[in-house]
Structures are given as C-alpha cells and as structure tokens.
Design a protein around this ligand. Sequence first.
Ligand code: NAP
Length: 263
Amino acid sequence: MPYALITGGSKGIGKALAIQLANRKFDLLLIARNEQELKKTSLEIEATFSVDVKYLPLDLSHPEAAKEILEWCKRNDITIQILVNNAGYGLAGPFENYSLSQHLDMLQVNVLSLVSLTHLFLPDLKKHAQSYILNISSSAAYQATPGLGLYAASKAFVLSFTRSLAIELTHTPVSVTCVCPGGTETDFPTRAQMGEKALKLATKVNMQPQAVAVIAVKAMFDKRTEVVTGGINKLGVLLAWLLPKKIVEKSAANIYGINKASR
Ligand SMILES: NC(=O)c1ccc[n+]([C@@H]2O[C@H](COP(=O)([O-])OP(=O)(O)OC[C@H]3O[C@@H](n4cnc5c(N)ncnc54)[C@H](OP(=O)(O)O)[C@@H]3O)[C@@H](O)[C@H]2O)c1
C-alpha cells in the first residue's frame, strides 16, 4: 500500500488526519520537529490500526526540508499517494512584536514548504491511478485579521494556490483539496501566544481535531476543492463576505487585542 505523507502529523489536526487515514489502511509517513512526540504517535497508530507508520523529525522552517523528505522517500523506497500539507502555526499580536526571522520562519512552514513539497512530489503523485493533495488552510483565509495578520495572509495564499492547482490538475490523476478549519482544540493557541479574549472565544466555538479530520478526509476522497469545517465557521465566512470589510476587520482586531491606540 502506498503511503500518506502528513506534515505536522505528530499531534493536533495532523495526528487526527493520520488516524483517519490509518483507519482506511494507508501506511503513513509523519513529519514534525519533536522526535519523542512523533515516535509516541507512530507507535500508538501502528498498534491500533496495524499499518506501517514511519516518521522523520525535520524542521520545515529550513528551506531544504522538502528536498530532504523527497530524498528520504527515494532512499527508503516509499511511494507517496497522499500528500497532506498540514504543519503550520500563527504568531498572534502586533506584527512589530516579532522579529523578521520569526515571521519568515512562519512563512517558510505555512507557505513555502507546502509549495516545495507539492512541486517535488507532484511527478510521483501523477504516476498513481488516483492520488491526492490535502492542504490545511484556515477560516482566517477569508479575511484580513489584524493581530494574526501574516498568518491569515499565509492561509489566504494556501487557499488561492490550492484552488488554482485543483483546476490545473483537473485532467490528471491528482485531486487537490483545501480544508479551512476554524478554532480547533489543539496546541495552536499556545504556540501562537493568543491573548485572553481570543482564547475565551475559542473555548466557546472550538471543534475537536477528530471532527475536523473526518470532514477533511471525506472532502479529500470526495475530490472537493474547498471545504470550511463546521456550521459556525461557515457562517463566519459568509458574514466576512457579506459585511463591509471595515466592520469585519475591526471585530477581528478587537478579538486579537489590537486596540485603537495601535490602529
Ligand atoms: N487549531 C486551530 O484552531 C486551527 C484553525 C485553523 C487552521 N489550523 C491549521 O491546522 C494546522 C495544524 O495545526 P494544529 O491546530 O493541529 O496545531 P498543533 O497542535 O500545534 O500541531 C502542529 C503540528 O505541526 C508541526 N510543526 C509545527 N511547526 C513545525 C515545523 N517548523 N516543522 C515541522 N513540523 C512543524 C507540530 O509538531 P512540532 O511542534 O513537533 O514540530 C505539530 O505536529 C495548521 O496548519 C494550522 O494553521 C488550526
């Protein structure tokens, strides 16, 4: 059985996606930085689903990481049928609060590693009778989000790129799907250093990673191009489209603690 490659497969949404795919008997290759967490998740999934789970500890903020993954797959005779670009994170608060290298590392993980993996694995994906690319964006892709601005822009990139690629690859064996989750109960808010207000709101609307993964994997196998997870997130996206941008952006600024003085 060919493998599903999942970036950020050690925990959160990526781990839940790994479980869904293992449940469908796909062997897995998981990528993340923390080796202990990768090992723990791999052993847990192998024991439960009797599939082969390999893992590769790598930091996707290194520009050469995608090439290293492709070379590792070739060396180990691993064929990828499903590429899941899930690894990603945000940096909450004013843009100026972070160093340039912090911002560029985030873009490397959220955007450039996704582009690199897609480009490098596409020739092999095309060799299958049917193969899939699943990109994890965010409901933040649908609006400018002061206080999470560069993250939202990176996710808008992922959504726009996926939509174009899906059309370009229509007459090929490769199906491309973009899933846009809203707040989901993972380590995302901790890494993003989200403020109290955003955290409080998140606890009210958060979905569980398993629910997100069920929707995402179904959307991928149904060959859908774009899916927003959950009713509340769909409504949020609709409102962001309907309402004047100024109102939507002010409300985001309020949630992410960007006060009037810094506007
Ligand atoms: N949770 C939400 O509310 C939410 C909402 C919308 C979209 N999303 C998106 O969902 C995706 C998954 O996030 P999550 O919520 O599951 O977050 P999470 O629990 O923090 O998991 C992130 C995963 O990505 C890996 N990762 C992070 N930085 C990495 C790097 N530099 N190199 C390699 N792997 C890296 C992490 O492992 P290591 O830390 O060990 O590297 C982990 O496996 C992200 O793209 C995120 O933007 C999340």
